[in-house]
Design a protein around this ligand. Structure first.
Ligand code: FRU
Length: 501
């Protein structure tokens, strides 16, 4: 989203200025959020020397979108984050928009010194003056490098390295080393498609091909692409993530993906169904970490441009999703899909779980007492050999609730945040969101991760994922499950999760 900022009138929901950092109302306790002020897309995800780096679109001056910087946070385990000084500031070429970081081990760029490989950031410079004038060439790609493990960054003197050919939306470079061709490949969002470029030295770029003008969803502009190989049954497939805004399956921002082949120049795909990495309203601009070998870990921005500037937090605005491990899977019925599940490192936060076996469920079964929900954040897993039409509500004594369930007649999962508390800052917010069920197994396999202000649903071993944020006045720690037909759930497991802060 660029421009069109909305200034919200929001209720401050008992927000006290004296609240200690990371303990304010609505503050995520399992997810990364900026200590202060505005955040959007994750940028420059890279693993290097034992550290996961998370850069992010950041405006340190306010809790609304503004002149973009790259914020920075680091983690050793993807769960506990430490915010670092701002990595990149706007300059005479413009704001610092989204992009990536690569480790240039062979020093192809020549930025390395004394045998030290550079980390190189490839990002979009966005010139607000050019945009205001109505030009169409105000976005171009630039470089910065770090020789001290990402702590400090030097911008390349000859920026930009990829000039704008006259396309107003020309941004969000994502670069990978293409081993067979011994070259770098950049995937760039170019309005209604992606364009691939290649380079030997990260400085001079040649256009290779375009993809997508006639593929996938086109309800809005394409943004934040990410191309990477993955394995399934001994074969290599290429996955291309493309965010789109608006035009998501539930309105506004969302991320579609394509599975195909890439030959160093061109991306090919056969499928015609549009696939979404997350069908909920709040997972956008997600990309994967570079330099993690075969393991692919995804992180998205947990918001939606429809209301991102209006949600009722005061010290900061917007968080990231949980890091999710991606796998390729081939469900019965054909086709190849991505499955995403929270990274196993999240288990380090687990307190003692409560397990219920053979749980009889009728029209409305209150499990609050048996489970003794006391935590603000927790994981709930449900396993059963049968899957019925059912719903779960997570509620508080004020009657605020998040609901989710499976609608058998339409074979869809859903999340309903209509009654979730503070919802009146945008009329698109209090809604029910649906997602097709992709799996066709008879069994129930559901994991839900609840945080202070978000719910992430992972159904059918991560084949269908839905993320939604919400803003209750008190934790939703009462649990009900209901069904239209009598049912017994084989196992319900409730695991309180400790705060990461
Ligand atoms: C996606 C996006 C990117 C852009 C950045 C600006 O959310 O619009 O395309 O680089 O945000 O903050």
């Amino acid at each position: 989203m660029i421009g069109g900022l909305m200034f919200a009138s929001f209720s401050l929901a008992a927000q006290s200025p004296a609240a200690p950092a990371y303990r304010e109302p609505f503050r995520p306790q399992l997810h990364f959020s900026p200590r202060e002020k505005w955040a959007n897309d994750p940028n420059g995800l890279v693993y290097y020397n034992g550290v996961y780096h998370l850069f992010f679109q950041h405006y340190p001056g306010d809790i609304i979108w503004g002149p973009m910087h790259w914020g920075h946070a680091t983690s050793k385990d993807l769960i506990h984050w430490r915010q670092q000084p701002i990595a990149l500031y706007p300059d005479s070429l413009g704001y610092i928009f989204s992009g990536c970081v690569v480790v240039d081990s062979a020093n192809t760029s020549g930025f390395g010194q004394k045998g030290k490989a550079p980390m190189v950031a490839i990002f979009t410079h966005h010139d607000p003056a050019g945009e205001k004038k109505g030009n169409n060439d105000y976005q171009y790609q630039s470089l910065a490098y770090s020789l001290d493990n990402g702590h400090t960054w030097t911008k390349y003197r000859q920026n930009p390295v990829l000039k704008n050919p006259g396309i107003a939306d020309f941004r969000d470079p994502n670069v990978m080393w293409y081993k067979p061709g011994k070259k770098w490949v950049m995937t760039l969002a170019t309005k209604d498609r992606v364009t691939f470029y290649s380079s030997r030295d990260l400085k001079s770029w040649t256009k290779e091909s375009e993809f997508g003008e006639d593929q996938g969803a086109h309800g809005g502009v394409w943004e934040c692409p990410n191309l990477f190989p993955m394995q399934l049954d001994g074969a290599t497939y290429w996955v291309l993530l493309v965010s789109i805004n608006p035009g998501g399956p539930n309105g506004g921002s969302a991320t579609q993906y394509f599975i195909g082949q890439f030959d160093g120049k061109k991306f090919y795909t056969g499928g015609s169904t549009t696939k979404w990495i997350d069908y909920g309203p709040d997972d956008y601009a997600g990309i994967t970490w570079n330099n993690t070998g075969k393991r692919k870990i995804f992180l998205g921005w947990m918001s939606n441009w429809i209301y991102a500037n209006q949600v009722p937090t005061a010290a900061w605005r917007n968080a990231m999703t949980l890091p999710r491990q991606l796998r390729l899977v081939r469900p019965v019925g054909g086709g190849i899909y991505l499955s995403s599940l929270p990274v196993q490192e999240l288990n380090s936060q687990a307190a003692k779980p409560v397990m219920l076996n053979g749980v009889p469920i009728d029209t409305l079964t209150d499990l609050s007492g048996r489970i003794g929900l006391s935590a603000t954040q927790y994981k709930l897993t449900l396993h059963s050999d049968t899957l019925k039409d059912f719903f779960i509500t997570f509620s508080n004594l004020q009657g605020q609730q998040m609901a989710l369930g499976y609608d058998k007649a339409s074979n869809r999962w859903y999340i309903d945040r209509g009654l979730s508390g503070n919802t009146d800052f945008n009329k698109e917010f209090p809604k029910k969101f649906f997602s097709p069920r992709i799996a066709d197994s008879k069994a129930l396999d559901l994991t839900v991760v609840m945080d202070a202000a978000s719910l992430e649903l992972f159904a059918d071993d991560g084949l269908t994922v839905m993320t939604a944020v919400f803003f209750p006045d008190a934790p939703l720690n009462r649990l009900h499950i209901g069904t239209k037909e009598p049912w017994k759930i084989r196992r319900v497991t409730y695991t309180p999760l400790r705060s990461i802060w």
